[in-house]
Design a protein around this ligand. Structure first.
Ligand code: ZN
Length: 491
């Protein structure tokens, strides 16, 4: 029987982010054309296993000696998915148990062409099919993303050899980031294999962290939650696209090009993020798709321009600092749920201000880092089309409110403002502030319109922004280390 082969080609993507990532890995190593399944499988085994540096002992039955062997294990992140190693019989020698040969972990891919041909559940092509073991292919069973497979999953999935090997090769291509027991798996997907190959070769390879236990993804920051780490990855990529010496110039330009491309149609790159808990079988907790990377990159560039105008030396770094700050020590650990909520809002172009407000009032009474208010203001203008004149008036008013409240030790007023649940309560607090602090309320803030809007903005958002501006100014005045942590309120 002739050796079973697979045909690799840049022109045959499957459209599945995970298998296509693996096909890029295979294309980079083997090139286009026909390749023996055996060769590909052997190469994958050699790449996915590594010596741990530890030695074990086994009993050599031929010589009757106890001999050392190098322990091997799956490389990360493969070991988060694959725990199984082939069982080797043991023998007891003088009360101690020894393997009768060195353990030799292997994939048990049943790719032998002894099955009937059929259509591959992934690429749809007619071929000899292999059953997919769930522990090797953890990402195909998400019901929302793979509904067509899910119905098929009852009878078990069947893949052609190309997709099966591509799926395994995916382990070598995707980025991951670990935090304590959990890990996030990040796929930067391009719909054409050639472009994705270039992305891996010119951009991701130079940026990929290797040999670390905490992941291969380059990030500005990372934590326990998926949105914060996803934003941490995107900010790192944006930084490398904009001003990087780390990337070769061609790679930097390519990254800028795909991030700067038009949004639609179709978006050239998509980020897929999978979180889950490693166990005997990987449990997928969430699979999320981010396709608005171009819009985020435009926003990022506006932030950079703004910080440059403010005279910030290293603006990309400062943007990382601005988002990093929303965490706090709680007992023995650092809690970053606020950073995650803010990141989640930004990744979806939603409203992050309630979480900033909550952080400032309830979690960490410290002035916001330099640039935070400006970054937030730009975001609100860009995403909610807030009028910049109104925003300046509101910011100025918030600043006076906070400064006067500090002078007269009226922090309670700021909490009353934060707690206002309707426009009536909001105006009551403002009247009170006007009377007690001698501050005048800008005209525009007093005009409430249809639908409880103020200058076209829902009153609640106006209240939240005002609370943030005021509390930040209050804390700035109360901080003795203002030189070390300058607030933006003193421009
Ligand atoms: Zn296939």
């Amino acid at each position: 029987m002739p050796a079973q082969t697979i045909r690799l080609s840049f022109d045959r993507p499957t459209g599945n982010f995970w298998v296509d990532t693996g096909l890029v890995v295979l294309l980079r190593n083997f090139g286009e054309g026909e390749h023996a399944v055996e060769d590909v499988l052997n190469w994958l085994q050699s790449q996915l296993l590594r010596r741990t540096g530890n030695k074990g002992e086994y009993y050599d039955r031929q010589t009757g000696e106890i001999r050392p062997y190098h322990k091997v294990s799956w490389v990360k992140p493969t070991d988060l998915f694959i725990k199984v190693i082939s069982p080797i019989p043991k023998i007891a020698i003088e009360g101690k148990e020894y393997f009768i040969r060195p353990p030799d972990p292997k994939f048990n891919l049943d790719l032998k062409p002894n099955k009937k041909p059929g259509n591959c559940d992934l690429c749809g092509e007619e071929a000899l099919l292999a059953d997919a073991a769930m522990w090797i292919y953890p990402f195909v069973v998400d019901p929302a993303k793979f509904s067509n497979f899910y119905s098929g999953a009852k009878r078990g999935l069947r893949f052609c050899a190309r997709c099966a090997l591509g799926g395994v090769a995916g382990y070598l291509g995707w980025l991951w980031k670990a935090h304590r027991r959990d890990a996030l798996h990040l796929f930067i997907f391009h719909s054409t294999l050639r472009e994705m190959e270039r992305l891996h070769r010119e951009v991701l390879d130079p940026l990929r962290a290797s040999g670390t236990e905490s992941g291969s993804a380059p990030v500005m920051f990372a934590g326990s939650y998926e949105s914060e780490t996803t934003l941490g990855l995107l900010l790192a990529l944006f930084k490398y696209a904009r001003d990087s010496d780390t990337l070769p110039e061609a790679g930097r330009q390519f990254l800028t090009e795909i991030l700067g491309a038009a949004d639609r149609p179709p978006p050239p790159i998509t980020l897929y993020v999978i979180s889950g808990t490693p166990a005997q079988a990987f449990q997928t907790k969430a699979l999320r798709e981010f396709s608005k990377l171009q819009r985020l990159f435009r926003l990022y560039k506006r932030w950079i321009d703004l910080l440059v105008k403010l005279g910030v030396d290293n603006p990309s770094h400062q943007i990382g600092v601005v988002f990093s700050q929303f965490m706090a020590r709680q007992g023995q650990r650092t809690e970053s749920i606020w950073r995650d909520r803010i990141a989640a809002a930004i990744l979806d172009f939603g409203d992050p201000t309630p979480f900033v407000e909550q952080f400032l009032f309830d979690v960490h009474a410290r002035p916001l880092y330099r640039g935070t208010i400006e970054v937030l203001n730009t975001y609100i203008q860009e995403v909610f089309n807030m009028d910049d004149k109104f925003q300046s008036a509101l910011a100025g008013f918030g600043h006076s409110l906070g400064r006067e409240a500090h002078k007269q030790s009226e922090m309670g007023l700021l909490y009353a403002l934060r707690n206002a649940k309707n426009p009536e309560a909001f105006y009551r607090v403002l009247n009170d502030a006007q009377f007690r602090l001698q501050v005048s309320i800008p005209e525009a803030v007093l005009r409430i319109e249809k639908g409880e809007r103020i200058a076209g903005v829902p009153w609640g958002r106006v209240k939240t922004l005002l609370s943030i501006y005021a509390m930040n100014a209050y804390l700035w005045k109360g901080d003795t280390k203002t030189e070390a942590i300058p607030s933006t309120q003193e421009n």
